[in-house]
Design a protein. Structure first.
Lengths: 271, 430
């Protein structure tokens, strides 16, 4: 469905059910140069389990036509505006990788719009390998291949997707190939330039959840250390054998971890 | 340059789609000979049925052994996913039925496997789907044949039996300009020799009975989605972009993006039309994928020796094999299939139908049967068998003359094959 934020049309999927202001909103924020369909294995579950769901195409991504933003801070402001534009006072923010940084920044700065924070493959900073940045800037396909290789745990390089017949390495690369020229480079720069994640974590007051993968090399265990120390009310779920794109690699574990967290913080609403 | 360390073709052909099973750590892909799967609980069951959770419900729709094969084929073709089916024909039908209903129109190459021709020319019109046939070398003819109701452009990588090679890139562009996908039957080439998604093709199907299995013991098919076609921009495919009442208004493109086609093919096509691949057959075909590269190299090596032998024989009036410089598509073959043009080719035997009959009956190592892509070398006379339902005009359009003999070269010692052919050619003159 389409939303208008600051006069620009924004696309989101609601997981097969319309938004209902009487149900708590979960807003899913995707990673660099991806789109709403990154969350295809989570959105339908939560929209049919008592939540309003929005998996958005960030500006410049998927079907959202306006240019991509150049900073995590700018995306965070946009997210805050989208919660209101959708007719909600608050949202449970769930972000993956770059989307996690956006959610962290939004939770720190716009606390009244954020009821909980979940970071999947989270960190306070995501420095980008110079070779990846250079390939992305050059529009070289190598950038997608590096993202796919580093983004999936080595186990996932052999497949074994939970959706029968889906080859996740190919599917993820195809998603990146669909991104508009320059978007991956812009997103990677936004990640690389984000420097006050520790201060943001300090400022977060809502309950938070970290979902981490034991084989994640893009945001490895140590990268989330400042989050463990600085987020005030934090819990963590470690998924054995998962790489960085764990909502694709281990969709059920991500659903179960998020559902348990939301139940714990008292936000579950019976459908 | 940093190496992304993505797994290569030969590694994927052995491993893709499988991890040792969690219960017994079986190294080979186990045969999950079961119709159904126990749900974790009531909520899990409901989630699976409503596509809120992913997993196996019933083996008509998916099965773990079959899924390993599907992932492996998608990996080898460079696609986003695959659905394995009971046969190549059911894969072809599944592809068409996922895209269109009555009123739909297909533009197809005229050089097709006889079974594919039957489906398009005779059977589908009964269901309101019509086809315009275009010679595979008439690239502009594909553009001219496209109508407002066209929903698919279709062909074979190597035409059957003439081995014509379409201008794949140009025809893909023509299809995309019209907002429709381009589907290719890649059975004869296999992804070892040709990867159509890298040349603009959107959908692929295979008879995996042939080279991918390679042993001639199991029938199977597969439909592979490249995930490249933009269904939403096209606006011609409501099955993928509009709400589907059977899943409470699900829009496949909105929720599944690049996987919309292949997910609909499974959750509607296998659910409602049936025709899944049996797990036992998936197991057999998985054994074939593991040796695909080395087998294809040997097939090509043998074929080149046999073609060279036939090229100098007085009983042979012509040979159609794209690796030969006089083949009309030779240059395109070098560009698209630098590793080789497969192990199937056709030749004309002097003396027509009667000489052909004597030739086939004299062969000892070659088997006379209706199949290709086997470890064994095979021979057939298409005009009287695989293409026998065609009338004279259709045979002409498909390039099937009465003198045409089709060979599928196997993995035997090439000197034995040449010896067998030499004896049979001599017999054909008597």
């Amino acid at each position: 469905m389409e939303f208008t934020v600051d006069g620009a049309a924004i696309s989101a999927t609601t997981g097969g059910r319309p938004l209902d202001p009487c149900k708590p909103l979960i807003m899913f924020l995707h990673g660099a140069a991806l789109d709403r369909t990154s969350w295809q294995l989570q959105t339908r579950y939560f929209s049919h389990s008592g939540y309003s769901v929005m998996a958005v195409d960030l500006p410049g991504h998927g079907r959202s036509n306006e240019p991509p933003r150049s900073s995590i801070e700018s995306y965070a402001e946009w997210v805050s505006g989208l919660v209101a534009a959708a007719g909600f006072e608050q949202a449970h923010l769930v972000g993956h990788s770059m989307g996690g940084l956006i959610a962290l920044e939004a939770a720190a700065r716009f606390s009244r719009s954020v009821s909980t924070l979940t970071m999947i493959g989270g960190a306070t900073a995501i420095p980008v390998h110079p070779a990846l940045l250079a390939a992305a800037e050059a529009g070289d396909h190598l950038a997608y291949e590096l993202m796919a290789s580093w983004g999936h745990g080595r186990r996932s390089h052999l497949g074994g997707h939970q959706t029968p017949g889906i080859w996740m390495m190919g599917a993820t690369i195809r998603l990146w190939e669909r991104s508009r020229p320059g978007v991956l480079a812009a997103d990677l720069h936004a990640c690389n330039d984000y420097s006050h994640g520790v201060e943001a974590a300090d400022a977060v007051t809502c309950p938070s959840l970290l979902i981490s993968g034991t084989l994640d090399v893009m945001t490895p265990y140590r990268a989330a250390e400042p989050l463990r120390h600085n987020l005030g009310d934090v819990r963590e779920v470690m998924i054995e054998g998962a790489g960085h794109v764990m909502m694709t690699e281990h969709p059920d574990q991500v659903i179960d971890a998020l559902a348990a967290f939301l139940q714990e913080v008292g936000s579950e609403v019976q459908p | 340059m940093v190496d992304p360390r993505l797994l290569k073709f030969d590694t994927l052909s052995v491993h893709a789609g499988q991890h040792p099973d969690s219960d017994f750590r079986a190294r080979a892909v186990p045969i999950y000979q079961t119709t159904s799967y126990v749900f974790r609980d009531v909520e899990h069951a409901a989630g699976l049925f409503n596509l809120e959770r992913q997993g196996h419900i019933y083996s008509r729709i998916s099965n773990p052994t079959v899924a390993a094969l599907e992932e492996r084929l998608a990996a080898l073709e460079g696609g986003v996913g695959a659905v394995a089916t009971a046969s190549g024909m059911s894969a072809m039908f599944l592809g068409i039925a996922t895209l269109m209903g009555a009123g739909g129109h297909i533009v197809s190459s005229s050089s097709l496997y006889g079974g594919s021709n039957n489906l398009l020319a005779t059977t589908l019109p009964r269901f309101g789907i019509t086809t315009t046939f275009v010679h595979p070398r008439d690239t502009d003819g594909f553009r001219d044949a496209i109508r407002p109701e066209t929903r698919l452009v279709f062909g074979e990588t190597l035409g059957n039996p003439g081995l014509e090679i379409m201008d794949v890139e140009a025809i893909a562009e023509i299809a995309h300009e019209a907002g429709v996908p381009f589907m290719l039957d890649n059975t004869f080439a296999t992804p070892y020799l040709f990867r159509p998604f890298e040349w603009g093709v959107d959908l692929i199907y295979h008879s995996i009975t042939k080279f991918i299995g390679g042993h001639g013991v199991a029938i199977g098919g597969a439909l592979v989605d490249g995930g490249t076609f933009d269904w939403e921009s096209s606006g011609l495919f409501p099955t993928l972009t509009e709400p589907y009442s059977s899943y409470h208004g699900l829009k496949f493109t909105e929720e599944f993006g690049t996987q919309a086609f292949i997910i609909r093919a499974r959750v509607e096509g296998l659910r409602d039309f049936g025709a899944p691949l049996a797990p036992q057959n998936a197991f057999y075909i998985l054994q074939g994928t593991e040796t695909l590269s080395i087998r294809m190299r040997k097939h090509i090596e043998n074929t080149r020796q046999v073609v060279e032998f036939l090229d100098g024989r007085p009983e042979v009036s012509w040979i159609s094999y794209p690796e030969l410089p006089d083949h009309p598509d030779h240059r395109r073959a070098l560009k698209l299939m630098p590793e080789g043009c497969g192990a199937i080719f056709a030749f004309g035997i002097k003396g027509g139908r009667e000489a052909g009959k004597r030739f086939i009956e004299r062969l000892g190592v070659f088997s006379h049967l209706a199949n290709v892509g086997d470890a064994r070398s095979l021979v057939i006379h298409p005009a009287s068998t695989t293409h026998s339902t065609m009338d004279k005009e259709q045979l002409e359009r498909a390039g099937v003359g009465e003198d045409l003999i089709r060979l599928s070269i196997g993995l035997e010692d090439p000197s034995d094959l040449i010896g067998d052919l030499a004896s049979a050619l001599a017999a054909s003159r008597r």
